[in-house]
Design a protein around this ligand. Sequence first.
Ligand SMILES: Cc1cc2nc3c(=O)[nH]c(=O)nc-3n(C[C@H](O)[C@H](O)[C@H](O)COP(=O)(O)OP(=O)(O)OC[C@H]3O[C@@H](n4cnc5c(N)ncnc54)[C@H](O)[C@@H]3O)c2cc1C
Length: 469
Amino acid sequence: MSAAEDPGPPSPPPRLRVAVVGAGPAGIYTAEALTRQQEVPVAVDLIDRLPTPFGLVRHGIAPDHPKMRAIRDTLHRALDHPAVRFVGNVEIGRDLSCRELHAAVDAVVYTYGAALDRQLAIPGEELPGSLAATALVAWYTGHPDADRATVEAALAGARSVVVVGVGNVALDVARVLARTPAELEPTDMPQHVLDALAGAPVERVTVLGRRGPAQATFTTQELRELGELAEADVLVDPADLELDPAAEERVAADRVASRNLAVLQEWAQHTAQPGRTTVTLRFFSRPVRLLGEDRVTGVEVERTVVDADGRASGTGQTTVLPADLVVRSVGYRGGELPELPLDPRRGTVPNDLGRVLRGGEPSPGEYVAGWIKRGPTGVVGTNKHDARETVATLLADVAAGVVRPGSSGDDDLVTTLRANGADPVLLEDWRAIDAAEVALGATRGRARTTLHEWESLLAAVKDAAARTR
Ligand SMILES: Cc1cc2nc3c(=O)[nH]c(=O)nc-3n(C[C@H](O)[C@H](O)[C@H](O)COP(=O)(O)OP(=O)(O)OC[C@H]3O[C@@H](n4cnc5c(N)ncnc54)[C@H](O)[C@@H]3O)c2cc1C
């Protein structure tokens, strides 16, 4: 064979180019599952609209839960993988449409979460002093889009707080509001958040659950923690803990519900101690109206009964609870991304094992994982199994020839984004933000302080780039 005829060594198989939209736990676990498999070589662009990764691990998990927040270190390993590129500060639907993104890569996995709040749909809900938990949580975790003025105006002068909802987020909110400044001091909350919380005169927090203790969705660990606050006592009305036969059956069959009940029974013996904040858990209570003229002054609460299937209905018996601040924590839902289908009722993208369905049919090369796939349920780790399922579906489509590695050409996504006028923040840039947060925290003896403004986040990137030039 002459040299001209020698085909040389075989060229490596083309890499499967995948864009993952959202660098929260679901996006990061998707990237991890893609890099851990051996079937197909991959190149993953992990895109987020924020210049920072971790989604709700950064802007959801309560800052007074440092152990839980430390899961960032584990998640970071996937970002460090050579086949994964973090592409922050890029919003799909604004900087690049779904269609353009899909054309630029072989497959897209949408993991953009479920960041919108569910409404109570009762009169007065829009009054100043009524906040969605999403708004309060975004503010206390330093999300750069938080509406600081609205939250701080609602918090100023708040002595009596009503939190609507009995899930873990409601408990996070009640706990953060009932903590002392000294308890919050070591957290990574921005300084203005610590100052505003220290200045809020909160004396009473009432958590309202429309169903009974047997149906509450909080976990026992979160519940117990309420009882360990430095200067707050938890109160429960013993009458709320009397179970009907259906609730008894439920508690007997559900370990979490029975452990929760044991904790609540202990608290039912408590009485309020003078000078200490109270956190009262009220069950069988649903808000029917927020009262007030130009801001919230109270909540009209209706007593409920719960049927054998766990459904609550009103009894018509109402009382008024004074409240200067109402926080609605009744769930999250996914929002629409232009050009992507959404089931408005469930707030999720219709899918079959992670394959996006358009008009009921699988859309080749489009997938979902995490909260936008299954709804806002489970803990961080739940997204790992969920992402693995989606990646298995994607790989099955590659094996079946539905998705072809290399079919999208060689154009680099970051180059395309820059040509479109976007300013992507890459892994080194995120490291600069990370270092700036650690340095800011050190000025007050803390491990970290969250940078909470777009300007300061992007300035940290620019300052680091200027130093290395
Ligand atoms: C207040 C709160 C507290 C919680 N506390 C705990 C806890 O203590 N323990 C626990 O285990 N779990 C907790 N969870 C649950 C946990 O945070 C979720 O299971 C998990 O974050 C869901 O992951 P996700 O990746 O689907 O969504 P997310 O974490 O929301 O990530 C979605 C990402 O997509 C990005 N994004 C959105 N739109 C776009 C777009 N158009 N273009 C590009 N990027 C986009 C967002 O910026 C975000 O980074 C909590 C949740 C909440 C809301």
